[in-house]
Ligand binder design. Structure first.
Ligand SMILES: C[S@@+](CC[C@H](N)C(=O)[O-])C[C@H]1O[C@@H](n2cnc3c(N)ncnc32)[C@H](O)[C@@H]1O
Length: 447
């Protein structure tokens, strides 16, 4: 069997199926791209040694050629490292300036990662409620390595950090791909950043050994990355500053990833006092204790000793029962709402948010369920609550970053009377004149 070839730093052209010469370098030779014409697709179809051919990346793609794995070369596209070492722009409370690398196939990069254009070329983004300078310092924490300690009082609902992604790595390669080859891509992805040290000095489990840089980067990735979806594709994302935040099962902060800016924002879930450790949760809301602890040990490699994990058996049992309900209540609310049981659905929604608050997870309940609650309040005639929840929907879509295409569409609906978005009309009316709200009527077919 032929050994897979690692192509050195020569750009591998992504060739259209109609190209009779297979992977021969046919594309865009020497063609200069107007800024308005830039897209990831053109970049990936571009080729050869001129920087404009791979713009907006600062380096030519570095690819692992897998075409030998199958007679049909298109079924095993190469995995490439794409790097922009020049962006995002430096900012006092925005990690970065060091750029980022993405490891993926050209098709996934061009189809699924078009939001990258915003991250590469888009305007600087920072939420209004972002602390400047950073309200924390990284310090040693007994039993946890390093962690983030608040250097001032932090108010609930304010942003602690905006951290752009440093390495975004595809999850899952063809089974024939060898571990050394993946390590080779990871090494390249980090070495090309402006400050590789920011990644290489992060915590490691120490499982990979020190024999080569690829193993070190692999270990850093295993110890510090978060699972993400961008354009429907799963990735592991490494955020150099977020990577210092430790886990707690009842955290005082929570994270939100923007698919548009490719940045993670850390928000205060409650008031945090100066000197307190700022923690996030590594486990999804509604995960009961045993499952949670198993996952933390297996995936993150530590035994959780947080206040909840070391609480009395009775307290753990009560928390597990709450989290079980947090997991099942959204489906129940949707079902009740669809059957017209608005009051019952609202009672269940109130219970869901009360339990989530109790478990320190209120901010993890996001998405469609907020819209349903807003509409339910409108339908039972509680306009103040409808407005309050509509604003939560708006915040959920917009408050964490640039909203992206889907978000933009939803925000348009929020702003204008249309499409049966009853509570959204309440919002719209309130923006023009609070007194108008009472005039908004609910057509029969809605909800
Ligand atoms: C993303 S890093 C967090 C920052 C890390 N403590 C450091 O020194 O950079 C994840 C690693 O931190 C440690 N860690 C995080 N939360 C912890 C906790 N609650 N208890 C003990 N160790 C924890 C584990 O070693 C875990 O693999």
């Amino acid at each position: 069997m032929r050994r897979p070839r690692l192509l050195p730093i020569l750009p591998l052209c992504h060739v259209a199926a109609s190209n009779p010469h297979g992977r021969a370098p046919l594309c865009n030779l020497g063609r200069s791209l107007a800024p308005s014409n830039r897209s990831l697709a053109t970049c990936l179809d571009s080729h050869i040694q001129a920087p404009h051919a791979w713009h907006p990346w600062t380096h030519p793609p570095h690819c692992l050629d897998l075409s030998h794995l199958d007679s049909d070369a298109d079924s095993n596209p190469p995995y490439c490292v794409f790097t922009s070492a020049a962006s995002p722009s430096p900012h006092p409370n925005r990690g970065g300036g060091g750029g980022f690398s993405v490891i993926t196939t050209p098709d996934e990069a061009s189809a699924a990662l078009n939001p990258l254009r915003h991250a590469l070329d888009g305007p600087f983004f920072a939420p209004e409620r972002l602390y400047l300078p950073r309200p924390y310092a990284v310090k040693d924490i007994p039993g946890k390595g390093k962690g983030a300690i608040a250097t001032r009082r932090i108010e609930k609902g304010k942003a602690i950090l905006v951290d752009p992604v440093r390495v975004l790595a595809a999850v899952g390669y063809p089974s024939e791909v060898r571990r050394e080859e993946v390590r080779g891509l990871l090494k390249e992805a980090v070495e090309r950043l402006r400050e590789p040290r920011e990644v290489l000095e992060l915590a490691r489990k120490g499982e990979g050994g020190e024999e080569d840089l690829g193993s070190v980067v692999e270990d850093v990735m295993v110890t510090n990355t978060f699972g993400l979806t961008v354009g429907g594709v799963d990735y592991m994302g490494l955020f150099a500053d977020l990577a210092r935040f430790n886990h707690d099962c009842r955290p005082n902060a929570f994270i939100h990833f923007s698919q548009t800016t490719l940045a993670m924002t850390v928000w205060a879930a409650r008031d945090i006092e100066e000197g307190e450790e700022i923690t996030i949760t590594y486990s999804p809301a509604g995960t009961p204790s045993k499952e949670r602890r198993d996952m933390l040990e297996r995936v993150w490699g530590f035994q959780c000793q947080c206040s909840l994990c070391t609480a009395s058996a009775a307290e753990i049992e009560a928390s597990d029962a709450n989290r079980d309900e947090i997991r099942t209540l959204p489906d129940k609310i949707f079902e009740l709402a669809q059957k017209g049981g608005f009051d019952k659905a609202l009672k269940s929604a109130e219970r869901l948010f009360r339990l989530a608050e109790q478990e320190g997870m209120a901010e993890s309940v996001t998405g469609d369920i907020l819209e349903v609650v807003a509409r339910l309040y409108y339908l039972v005639g509680d306009l103040d609550k409808a407005l309050e929840w509509t604003l939560k929907v708006q915040h959920d879509i917009n408050g964490y970053g640039v909203p992206g295409e889907l978000g933009e569409q939803k925000l348009k609906m929020l702003d204008g009377p249309c499409c049966g978005w009853v509570a959204m009309r309440a919002f719209d009316a309130s923006m023009r004149n609070r007194a108008d709200i009472a005039d908004v009527t609910v057509p029969d077919q809605e909800l």
